[in-house]
Design a protein around this ligand. Sequence first.
Ligand code: ZN
Length: 447
Amino acid sequence: MQEELIYSKNIVTPEGIEDGYLRISQGKIVSITDKVPFDFKGPITDAEHLYLMPGLVDPHVHINEPGRTHWEGFETATLAAAASGITTLVDMPLNSSPVTINEHNFQIKLKASEDKLNVNVGFWGGVVPGNENELDDLLKGGVLGLKAFMTHSGIDDFPNSEYHELKNALLTLKKYGRPLLVHCELSADHPGIEKHKGNPTSYKDYLASRPKDWENKAIEQMIQLCRETKSHVHIVHLSSAEALSMIEEAKAEGLPLSVETAQHYLVFCAEEIPDGTTMYKCAPPIREKANNELLWQALKDGLISFVATDHSPAPPELKESESGNLYKAWGGIAGLQFALSSFWTAAHERGFTVTDVAKWLAENPADFLQMKNKGRLVAGADADLFIWNPKAKISIGENEIHHRHKISPYANREWLGQVIATYVNGVKVYENGMLKNPHQGHVLLKK
Ligand SMILES: [Zn+2]
């Protein structure tokens, strides 16, 4: 593999922004120096004033292949990721078919991913009632950790778990030092659900049908399980800011608890979602502006470690785009290709910097995945990186969306930040809107 040198006035490193030359060889970052290394003979890419960033790491993506490849797929998802500067993502154990709940199904998933990965991909396994004897084999097979639900997942082949099943999974995971990712909502009947059914295009009624209390109660229970087992609990896509005080206390107590939120909870707010616009439907729901500003504060304070897309697309008919029926519509937002630009736009408005973006979208999620060789531009790390112009305004329309389906609340809006080129394992895979060198991604197994 040829060597390459990239010059940039703005190399975003964990120590700050440096003006220098980043040397790539054999898929690794060899050095960052202020002059051309004396022994360097290869080509030099001059990125001038453009920024050189660590490749983003997205630990929460639903690729849905095999079995629901008409929803998304490895080819399209990993291309959309590269277009957003994401060089590593982790696939959820649902909504593929079969779901990744045992080693046999995991092998089917691995087979389905062959020769399709434009970025690096790891995998989560799943916890469902009755698969407690499969978890060791799944973990030995290389999944990075396990995912469970406390409420209906949306698909019947991935049922939610009860307290004792979650506890068992945590005790198993503890042996491997890997996390349990939990969708925290404890559903309970209340009049708001009936009201929502009766008026299914109202966003306000949808929001009221999945109250903060569902999340708060579930998180309280997971903190208790974390305390009982001392095993790593990770709360995915936090939406209720009311749970932050509990999280703060649990962390102060020293419990192994971590939290992510998603771009859509930070970028959008309930007040601005028009009725009957099902592309905003997700669970837990996008809440009020005041709530979401508290999520930003929690990110700043370090209570929330990182931001992940929870990219969860579905075909237009399942999204009920025509009817606008929020009750019937599939819950999930397609946002992989907008992970960087939407987040950066909203972060920039609040006075955050590109260094903050590198921390929240690259370094912290890489640390969460225990991948110290990813998410940062330092000598010895993997050459996963991208060149971008954080000042450029962009708008991505249907023709430029690489997701299998083009429905996304992020489409056709003005965002800040244009990805010029993305490198995966030292190879330029994407440049100026086009796939350059396909299938450079590696499967990331934990052993
Ligand atoms: Zn998800």
